[in-house]
Design a protein around this ligand. Structure first.
Ligand code: ADP
Ligand code: ADP
Length: 225
């Protein structure tokens, strides 16, 4: 678990301002959902927090530690992408185990952690399968399990449900809400789906043109627009 604080963060690509002077605090264990029109800077913000892209100005702190100059692997975050980003030639087991193998954890420990994460996302019987044999929802659950094993303080999720059909999206919405309750970690979640924002968020952050336009609980935002 970890608090996230952005202080006057800006990101420019050439002359273009993708994020402008964003300051925000997301509480330990909070489920924050970022919404806003396409191109408003949602994915950019996640990439900066993940350390996949450097900030142009400002600071990012996680759990009170300044991580602005730390590499992605040195930040207590795990990211789940819209397109799952699984390794197609590896089994479900090996996909989930991958981050632990990178950390050179013991075989026994890896087995335990993979088994636990697979149970959380209900994939215990599919560990030997390759991703191609799974449904879209199952693939996204593998990606979530691969994030869970790292025990990140902060989960970063970039439109994780937008490739799924409506029925699966509904199922996964409640699964993610339960997962969040169970793990108690901080969630930074990007979507363009208002229903996801309304049903899952503790707090919604509306971005527009790279700036924070509004911040509030779902009821506050949608009852007093
Ligand atoms: P969103 O996720 O809200 O749709 P993004 O964060 O992906 O928006 O993009 C914000 C803006 O920054 C867009 O106008 C996009 O074209 C621009 N942008 C994003 N990444 C780059 C990049 N690597 N180089 C140049 N422009 C970029
Ligand atoms: P060994 O100790 O026998 O060499 P490993 O623990 O290294 O075996 O696992 C070898 C491979 O077997 C793994 O890469 C994985 O694909 C598969 N595997 C191991 N444990 C499990 C498990 N509990 N469920 C499914 N597959 C597993």
């Amino acid at each position: 678990m970890a608090e996230l604080e952005l202080s006057r963060v800006s990101k420019t690509y050439g002359a273009f301002n993708a994020l402008r002077d964003v300051s925000l605090k997301i509480g330990d264990g909070e489920f924050a959902v970022f919404v806003g029109p396409s191109g408003c800077g949602k994915s950019t913000l996640l990439r900066l927090v993940a350390g996949l892209d450097p900030v142009s100005e400002g600071q990012i702190a996680i759990g009170g530690n300044d991580v602005t100059t730390r590499q992605a692997g040195q930040r207590p975050v795990a990211m789940v992408f819209q397109n799952y980003a699984l390794y197609p030639h590896m089994s479900v087991y090996d996909n989930i185990a991958f981050p632990l193998q990178m950390e050179r954890r013991s075989r026994q420990e890896i087995k335990q952690e993979v088994a636990r994460a697979a149970q959380v996302v209900q994939l215990s019987t599919r560990l030997q399968d390759k991703p191609a044999k799974l449904s879209g929802g199952q693939r996204q659950r593998v990606a979530i399990a691969r994030a869970i094993v790292r025990k990140p303080g902060i989960f970063l999720m970039d439109e994780p449900l937008s490739n799924l059909d409506a029925a699966l999206r509904m199922e996964m919405r409640s699964e993610l809400t339960q997962l969040h309750r169970r793990l108690g970690s901080t969630m930074v979640y990007v979507t363009h789906d208002q229903l996801e924002a309304m049903t899952m968020a503790d707090r919604i952050v509306v971005l527009n043109g790279g700036k924070v336009e509004q911040v509030g609980a779902p009821m506050e935002l949608y009852h007093n627009p």
